[in-house]
Design a protein around this ligand. Structure first.
Ligand SMILES: [Zn+2]
Length: 236
């Protein structure tokens, strides 16, 4: 294979120990045979990661999937937004934190496809639009979101619907559309029965305002944002 351990990495090896299971029988106090077991170390050696070496060509894993990269088509409208969301990558959950106006997202490679990553990121960006008076303010994001399932259902349906429209406008209508439909269906079940009819209209109206804020036609951008802000008065 050639190559060698990088000089500065010699001291940073990983100790490996191989054990063997040893079994033997003894006579127990009641006269029956008892099996005893213990692990016996049989071999010690050191290992280094490939990144600690030089001159070694690491063969590619043929079963490895192509890396997931953010969808270029989704980057443009996000970059064109007047305000940029603060996105922090890490962990295994996606959510918007209104208290510090921050979106948490798992790393791109944690998603099963670029479309899924884009759809999840847009969903959280849609939540983010509701977290400030300068965007598409929705007070319920901070008031009652976590304990009022009707309010939360309204918000989740609205942002997922807006996400679906944005994804469709960008030309993505495949697997994520099915997932979005299932997600909306799961939250519609949490809407209060006595308010479901009106809530559907509020959801559609909120989705439209979010869409207008995030995806206006270039020369209608300011007009759309002004409309989105003016229509929010009185909305939940
Ligand atoms: Zn959500």
């Amino acid at each position: 294979m050639g190559g060698r351990i990088n000089k500065t990495e010699w001291r940073h090896s990983i100790p490996i120990c191989l054990y063997k299971l040893r079994e033997w029988t003894v006579e127990g106090s009641d006269g029956d045979e008892e099996t005893r077991r213990c692990l016996v170390p049989v071999r010690f050696f050191k290992m280094w990661n490939s990144c600690q070496t030089e001159g070694i060509e690491i063969p590619k894993d043929p079963s490895a999937k192509a890396p997931i990269l953010p969808l270029a088509a989704v980057e443009d409208p996000i970059e064109a937004m007047p305000e940029q969301p603060r996105i922090v990558r890490g962990g295994n959950r996606a959510f918007f934190s209104p208290t510090d106006d921050k979106i948490m997202l798992p790393r791109v490679e944690s998603f099963t496809s670029a479309e899924e990553e884009a759809s999840t990121r847009l969903h959280e960006i849609c939540h983010w639009t509701g977290g400030s008076d300068s965007r598409v303010p929705r007070p319920h994001i901070t008031e009652g979101y976590h304990y009022d399932l009707h309010q939360r259902g309204t918000e989740e349906c609205a942002v997922e619907l807006a996400t679906t429209w944005i994804m469709a406008a960008l030309g993505f209508e495949g697997e994520t559309l099915k997932n979005s439909a299932a997600y909306i269906k799961s939250w519609v079940g949490h809407l209060r029965e006595d308010d479901t009819g009106r809530a559907i209209f509020r959801i559609a109206s909120t989705s439209q305002r979010i869409y207008d804020y995030l995806m206006p036609v270039e020369d209608e951008r300011e007009e759309g944002r002004a409309r989105a802000k003016s229509q929010v008065t009185g909305a939940e």
